[in-house]
Design a protein around this ligand. Structure first.
Ligand SMILES: [Zn+2]
Length: 425
């Protein structure tokens, strides 16, 4: 095998500032769009961020049509509905206002209305065919209203494939929004549990990209087109990921519990920083394991989420696996795991490298406990009997799990899920 010798860093253009949503019309006009579809969810459709967006686009003479049926944690069915809307509307630009769900839905709508084909064609293998996107997409501006996914900076769109009860996605550089508009005013009304889950998603993005298999330990692609978007950790993504870990550790409690303005602004920036990190380096086991955890939910509904469907929010399903995973991966690079713990505020000056995994995992668990995250998979409805199915649902998530810094097999995965049933005693 020849090892990889190159890596790339791509990101969206970013505009940051309190109140800067009002510049979306100016930006869309600059991109040449005249008829724009605005994607959002029902909870947000009458919110200030959406009305300011519509107003700003209208003020520049841009026609708009709103799609407010984005599903929180989208599915293939909800994606297809959005794709039909985009196809029928003959749009030349897209705006997404909302969390990762709205942004990812707009990415899919943009892709399939520009290059229509069978739905599974662009979906990640082995579930879909993983065909590369044929060319450039239309302008998409993402305006996040949660500080979490960092979807405004990445070329990834995630959804649940209902018939297989699993989460998968579409990943290609061309999906990346042309611009992310990051406006701290837009996270003012974030409910507590939503802020906590999305905050832990940021933390895990940053920790996973920081500890992912280094890019030069992956095999080299046969040609540059085949180089994956998720390339492994590298010196540039490390900078963004490290800073994001620190920002989350310093701000998550004040942002969630007090909705403190400055802390919320820092979390929104941290989401973007972590997005630049993992959008190029990738994530690994906590995300790979989270997909069946979310996909196989039976009846769990957390506080502050809509009551119409059972849901284990993305950030929650990720962080529940994280403590066990980092104990497992620490031996691959104890120094880096210790550094991650240090970024979270742990004093590691006299730490034994053998303790790296425990130190990092207990720092994560302490924050989870403090912010009311359930104590492990058993607290969201899973038992030991579910573990084989959770393992089976993780194995197809190659795109992310192959970036685990430590090789693993089915037995290891089983052990990781068993340890994740309860996170702290
Ligand atoms: Zn995530």
């Amino acid at each position: 095998m020849t090892f990889e010798t190159a890596f790339t860093i791509d990101t969206s253009s970013i505009k940051y500032g309190p109140g800067v949503t009002r510049e979306v019309g100016y930006e869309m006009k600059r991109f040449g769009a005249k008829r724009v579809a605005v994607f959002t969810d029902q909870r947000l459709s009458r919110s200030e961020p959406v009305s300011i967006t519509l107003q700003a686009l209208g003020a520049e003479g841009i026609e708009t049509a709103i799609f407010d049926r984005v599903r929180v944690e989208p599915t293939d069915v909800s994606f297809k509905e959005a794709i039909r809307f985009a196809g029928d509307g003959k749009f030349d630009g897209f705006v997404a206002v909302g969390g990762g769900s709205s942004i990812d839905t707009a990415k899919a709508a943009n892709l399939y209305s520009t290059y229509p084909t069978d739905f599974l064609a662009y979906v990640n293998p082995p579930i879909g065919e993983g065909l590369p996107v044929p060319g450039a997409l239309r302008p998409l501006i993402a305006i996040p209203t949660t500080a979490g996914t960092g979807s405004e900076t990445t070329g990834v769109a995630v959804f649940d494939l209902l018939e297989m009860h699993c989460k998968t996605g579409i990943a290609h550089r061309a999906l990346r929004p042309w611009m992310g508009i990051i406006d701290p005013h837009n996270t003012r009304t974030l409910p507590k549990m939503v802020a906590a889950c999305t905050g832990f998603d940021i933390l895990s993005h940053a920790l996973e990209s920081l500890t992912a298999l280094p890019y030069h330990q992956r095999s080299a692609p046969a040609n540059p087109t085949l180089r994956p978007a998720y390339q492994g950790s590298n010196p540039i993504s490390d900078v963004w990921a490290s800073r994001a870990v620190q920002m989350v550790a310093e701000n998550i409690v004040r942002a969630v519990e007090e909705s403190n303005e400055e802390a919320r602004a820092q979390m929104l920036l941290a989401a973007c920083f972590a997005g630049i990190g993992f959008g190029n380096a990738g994530v690994h086991l906590p995300h790979g394991m989270s997909y069946p955890v979310s996909g196989m939910v039976r009846s769990y509904i957390p506080e502050d989420y809509p009551l119409d469907h059972a849901i284990i929010p993305h950030g929650m399903s990720v962080i529940l696996n994280a403590p066990a995973v980092f104990r497992f991966t620490a031996p691959s690079n104890p120094k880096r795991h210790l550094y991650a713990a240090e970024l979270m505020g742990v004093d590691v000056s006299d730490a034994d490298p053998l303790e790296a995994g425990n130190l990092l995992s207990s720092a994560i668990a302490t924050l989870m406990r403090q912010l009311g995250i359930p104590n492990g998979l058993s607290a969201v409805g899973y038992t030991e009997q579910d573990v084989p199915k959770l393992v089976a649902g993780t194995l197809p998530q190659h795109r992310v799990t192959k970036l685990s810094p430590r090789p693993f097999n089915e037995t290891d995965l089983k052990q990781l899920f068993l340890e994740s049933l309860i996170c702290w005693h």
